[in-house]
Design a protein around this ligand. Structure first.
Ligand SMILES: CNC(=O)[C@@H]1CCCN1C(=O)c1ccc(Cl)c(COc2cccc3c(C(F)(F)F)cc(C)nc23)c1Cl
Length: 248
């Protein structure tokens, strides 16, 4: 019969993934809970809205790059990830890291006033006006909202994030078979845990989210490309090197 991980292996795999997620989640749920109603004042919002397009993009790029670095750390701790070739690790991160940043953003989202944690307080879309991409911000907020509606546990978020990264369909993977075997184990973990928590209905909802994520991320890459056309110097001089490596 096909290789089926033993129950012990599944439990161990889940433990290591949720621990890696917790250790690399950048913001602890308790911290976010405590800051939940810390909102920007009108003056502070006005200050952000008065920034130039490239100044605001730079500011966000620094934040996003920090977030991507935490996702890279999470990926490196997924059992088997470091066993992949360097090129395959980069390929999976190049395409998957922004998707995981988006999944994680939902942990920092307050659905009661549609605000997201940014620069130490909770901000609504209006604060990002000077970015010049209202549609992207609306899409980012809508996605965070829809992810919150699933009310994922940290384990479900951790397993979902690892499945977003360990994606056999990514273009130009060298050892697709190895990625496939990793993915099978992770899929086994997710379905085992959803059965255990009696939440099998979540399974197809999560797989639907994957396609939403991918379309959202292609919108991002488009926006990033639009921005780099407008402000080539900024992207090539200011954007952190990791960002350029991953997104340009
Ligand atoms: C809770 N906070 C967070 O999750 C993020 C990551 C960690 C820090 N952080 C923020 O500070 C943050 C929170 C919310 C928003 Cl809306 C933003 C601004 O987001 C973006 C502005 C510009 C481009 C963005 C692009 C683009 F297009 F470059 F791919 C793509 C994504 C996804 N977000 C962009 C940011 Cl940078």
């Amino acid at each position: 019969c096909p290789y089926r991980p033993s129950l012990l292996h599944i439990e161990e795999l889940c433990d290591s993934i949720v621990r890696s997620h917790r250790d690399t989640s950048q913001f602890r749920l308790e911290e976010l809970q405590a800051l939940r109603w810390k909102l920007f004042s009108r003056e502070e919002i006005h200050a952000y809205q008065s920034k130039s397009v490239d100044e605001m993009w730079q500011h966000c790029a620094v934040r996003l790059t920090e977030a991507v670095q935490y996702v890279v750390e999470f990926a490196k701790r997924i059992p088997g990830f470091r066993g992949l070739g360097q090129n395959d690790q980069i390929t999976l991160l190049k395409t998957g890291s922004m998707e995981v940043v988006l999944v994680r953003m939902s942990r920092c989202f307050n659905t009661e006033n549609s605000t997201v944690f940014f620069d130490g307080k909770f901000a609504s879309t209006e604060l990002f006006k000077s970015l010049g991409c209202g549609d992207l911000m609306v899409a980012v907020f809508d996605f965070a909202h829809s992810m919150c509606a699933l009310r994922l546990t940290e384990l479900q978020m951790a397993l979902f994030s690892s499945l977003v990264l360990i994606n056999t369909d990514r273009p130009c993977l060298e050892d697709r078979g190895r990625v496939h075997r990793m993915r099978k184990d992770l899929e086994g973990c997710l379905s085992h845990m959803l059965r255990r928590d009696n939440q099998e209905s979540l399974q197809h909802k999560l797989y639907q989210k994957v396609s939403v994520l991918q379309s959202l991320c292609s919108l991002h890459v488009e926006k990033l490309h639009w921005f780099s056309q407008l402000y080539p110097l900024t992207v090539h001089s200011v954007f952190p090197p990791l960002y350029k490596e991953l997104f340009t």
